[in-house]
Design a protein around this ligand. Sequence first.
Ligand SMILES: [Fe+2]
Length: 428
Amino acid sequence: MKFTMWAFVGLVIYTVLIDFLLYRLFLKSRTEHPPHFKFPYGAFWHYSIASFFIFSFGILYTLITITKTSTTYVVFQWFMMAYMLIYIPKAFYYLTQKIVGRFHLVKHKFDDKGKIKKMNEGKYPKISRKKFLSQVGIITASIPFVSLMFGVIKGRFAFSKRYTKLSFPNLPDSFDGLKIVQISDLHLGSLNSNYQEMEEAVMLINAENPDIICFTGDLVNNFYEETIGWEKVFTKLQARLGKYSIMGNHDYGDYSKWPSAEAKAENLQNIKNAHHRLGFKILNNASSIIEFNGDKIAMAGVENWGHPPFPRYGNLEQASEGIDGVPFKILMSHDPDHWDAEVVPQTDFDLTLAGHTHGMQFGLEFKGFQWSPAKYKFKRWAGLYQADKQFLYVNRGLGYLGMPARVGMPPEITIIELTRGPISNDPM
Ligand SMILES: [Fe+2]
């Protein structure tokens, strides 16, 4: 609730500030005020577009805390998309005008009246300073616009497989070569009815012939009804030794007000049942022993455990009951913060699988370089981490939330192959 309010306040400040600065910029570059209704320079458009978004988000932020339907999330995410498509390029345009305008070289090309200097005949195009800056601004602003459009049209379903090979000396012989596929953060309500796209993800997963499939939480945004219809897609997932799942912070119905405690409990129970209906064995502070050729490994799962404002229902002690003597142990815990806070200091789980961060659905990754705003919020935000003999893998999520797009942070299918040998990792 508190977060929702601050998110709205931040949005209002950003919107008013960007429009105010841009309007001032336009007025400064003109000798006369543009007509009131001239699009897009007229004052009317500056006030009305900003007012429209502020008013709409005011309603949506209020609705989202009291709504009883997942449709509100869908409406919200498309409003957010429209807003970002307009207001992020605006900021790029403004900053470009200010920064490029200050460059000595750019200043040097034009005289005091903004006309291009008659120097280096033919080197510079015949263009005024105002027009030059405006064109550079438009080009820069089109970068986030095109990227976001690509993220909506293609990026959100451009599934990416990421392979990792891990070696452990304590992995039983029969499990040498075990292939685990991890998926996370489906947020079915956001996917709406894009069944066909997710069928493709299921096909890509099955093509790996996984031994075990792990789904590390956030099946829904908030409501049980989001899961209806998805069994026809996810029951097609195939894994020789089992399909396991856990709950994420969004699976408790905590993000809206309920008419009664019973209604909330019913929603929660229905979400738990949906994990089963979709073909997963849900591990709620519980574990399961996987036996093969007389050897054993343990698969444990905790309920969500996060730092505030995220809920803390996870109980490691309970999840670890009965698996003490098992030589190799895997843990599923939705929030990667749990690994540093409890898993590493208190347990000997060899491998922990987490999700939650979504890589903020935005970032840059190439040849060993990784950047995303997620890194300022989460210590472990994507990929593989090691602490002595323990490993953590953070999946970037298969679905999306908030903005229906992924830019430079494609939906992820993780494939982890376990081998017996000296402790090591080899991102493939
Ligand atoms: Fe999530």
